[in-house]
Design a protein around this ligand. Structure first.
Ligand code: F6P
Length: 557
């Protein structure tokens, strides 16, 4: 009897746990569904008029960052249901599980602890402390000219060879913080297996003064190994001695054995751990190129900025928790309002790599169709992330944002201080950063268009023909993020906000956000097709379309 009771309790427990993670079984789900049709007809301009506290309720400050969510298609009622939902799904428990290092990446049986990489006393892990000390010492030696090339030359250039998370994070940060460069080392990034990428980068580099970082958590990624081998061949050809490889190649990896096999000594490797996901790894040794460019102290400030957001994420009540609010709004648009994409529009050229960086972070994490119970997901998950810097985007895709048929929530990001002496142009940039979300929201109704055309002296017939094209429906949502200045600290904050937004969305969608099985199949097939291209011989098991393409490449057609 006792045994039966235990089994029954365990079963019930299992069912209850399952129920709590499936958003569709929550009480708020149906209410949110009902709210969607009401909100589709909501007027943002009227919402501001009706509620004078709207701005203060939906805008937040976080030491140097101002985030205004008030131009989103959300009101108190929807916001309350979203909060109810995320509480019901146990976000508090899930946040604890991540920060405590529980193995929440279940399909790979791994903890998710990129936050440990930016934790400072008293919680910092010993291996993290040791890594930071090694990075600090090495970067100082590099900047002091103690790290030299094979022939004793000072190092001037570093080429980071890596792809995905071993490229996008450090490349984005190096570009964003270029004005914080200590000016001793120029960092370059090579990721694409397209040989032009490496060749173009090496064209102006001197092998005597160039170091290579082979950045690969697995040290098994096809593109990275191909580029690393080509770089090695280039170095050997230029310097003519196998021994040069030892002095010019460093590994950043969790697979030291494979790095050694490649020819990099273990004491020239900076470690990584399986509890750091590739797309969340810029805080680890993968961030070494950043420290080389801006110095280790500034790299630490980047970590500290991220840590401040980690503390906020763990402590702030959900209705004032910035990454939680970001996630709730994104979830609302994607799952209930039919939005298929989100645009990231930095009004700062230095943040030009933020959209591609976030593409991997967001889409590799939440672009999933099976839930944490192994069941197919019936609702929409990750939006497609895209974007480009303003004002360039205004002359490219903004037509669609203002008058297209898609609902595209946009994040507008700018810095109050632009780190430039050209104040006039920075003011122009900021003026556009302010005007675009305003135009998206207020639009221009037919009566205003008609009035304007009349004033311009157009005839009634001309007005009738032209007016429909000049109407802006408005009510198009956006979030504005204003950063005091693009310092390492504030950039660390910004990135960490998006990271925790992604995590929270994973909880809302009941997704395993930290695996990426979807990248495997194509990689595997590429091994077969490479073999076929190299041997100039097709295997029979391709579909007719693939077969025809292969035949064109290998010259059978
Ligand atoms: O694209 C798949 C992926 O596994 C990413 O998740 C990762 O960031 C990238 O490849 C590079 O992997 P690695 O650092 O092991 O070379």
């Amino acid at each position: 009897m006792r045994n039966k009771l235990t089994i029954l309790c365990a079963l019930l427990n299992g069912i209850m746990v399952q129920d709590k993670s499936n958003p569709m079984t929550s009480t708020a789900w149906e209410q949110l569904k009902e709210q969607a049709s009401r909100i589709r007809n909501m007027s943002l301009a009227e919402a501001f008029q009706a509620d004078p506290t709207r701005l203060s309720k939906f805008s937040f400050e976080l030491s140097g960052l101002y985030i205004d969510f008030s131009k989103n298609l959300v009101d108190d009622q929807v916001f309350q249901y979203l909060l109810e939902l995320v509480r019901e799904l146990g976000l508090e428990r899930e946040i604890k599980a991540m920060f405590q290092g529980q193995k929440i990446n279940k399909t790979e049986n791994r903890a998710v602890l990129h936050t440990a990489l930016r934790a400072f006393e008293p919680t910092v892990k010993n291996e993290v402390k040791e890594l930071r000390a090694n990075m600090h010492e090495w970067v100082s030696a590099l900047h002091n000219g103690k790290i030299k090339g094979y022939n004793g030359n000072l190092i001037k250039n570093i080429v980071n060879i890596g792809i995905g998370g071993s490229d996008l994070g450090p490349a984005m940060v190096c570009e964003a913080l270029v004005h914080h460069s200590v000016g001793k080392i120029e960092v370059h990034f090579v990721s694409n297996v397209d040989p032009n990428h490496l060749e173009h980068t090496l064209r102006h580099l001197d092998p005597e003064t160039t170091l290579f970082f082979v950045a690969s958590k697995s040290f098994g990624t096809q593109e990275t190994l191909a580029n690393a081998n080509s770089a090695k061949a280039w170095l050997l050809q230029e310097l003519g001695d196998e021994g040069a490889v030892q002095d010019h190649f460093y590994g950043i990896t969790a697979n030291i054995d494979a790095a050694e096999e490649f020819g990099i000594r273990a004491d020239r490797c900076f470690p990584m751990w399986d509890w750091v996901g590739g797309r969340f790894s810029l805080w680890s040794s993968i961030g070494l190129p950043i420290a080389c460019q801006i110095g280790f102290e500034a790299f630490q400030q980047l970590l500290q900025g991220a840590e401040s957001v980690d503390l906020h994420f763990q402590a702030a009540p959900f209705d004032q928790n910035i990454p939680v609010v970001q996630a709730l709004i994104s979830f609302w648009y994607t799952t209930f309002m039919g939005a298929q994409s989100e645009a990231i529009i930095p009004y700062d050229q230095r943040l030009k790599l933020l959209p591609p960086y976030l593409q991997q972070a967001v889409m590799e994490s939440n672009g999933k169709n099976v839930d944490r119970d192994g069941q197919p997901i019936p609702y929409a998950t990750s939006p497609i992330v895209w974007g480009a810097p303003g004002t360039n985007g205004q002359h490219a895709f903004f037509q669609l944002l203002h008058q297209g048929k898609h609902l595209v929530p946009c994040d507008f990001i700018a810095c109050k201080n632009g780190d430039t002496s050209n104040i006039r142009q920075h003011q122009m940039l900021l003026a556009n950063y302010i005007a675009q979300p305003e135009a998206l929201m207020v639009g221009k109704p037919m009566d205003a268009v008609v009035r304007e055309l009349k004033m311009a002296g157009k005839s009634d017939d001309e007005i009738k023909a032209l007016a429909p094209y000049k109407v802006f429906t408005g009510n198009r949502p956006s979030t504005s993020i204003l950063i005091d200045r693009l310092t390492p600290y504030h950039l660390g904050q910004l990135i960490a906000l998006y990271e925790h937004k992604i995590f929270t969305l994973g909880v809302l969608w009941n997704i395993f956000s930290f695996d990426q099985w979807g990248v495997e199949l194509g990689k595997k097939l590429a091994h077969t097709t490479l073999d076929e291209i190299q041997k100039q011989k097709l295997k029979a098991n391709h579909d007719p379309s693939t077969q025809a393409l292969l035949n064109k490449i290998i010259g059978n057609q």
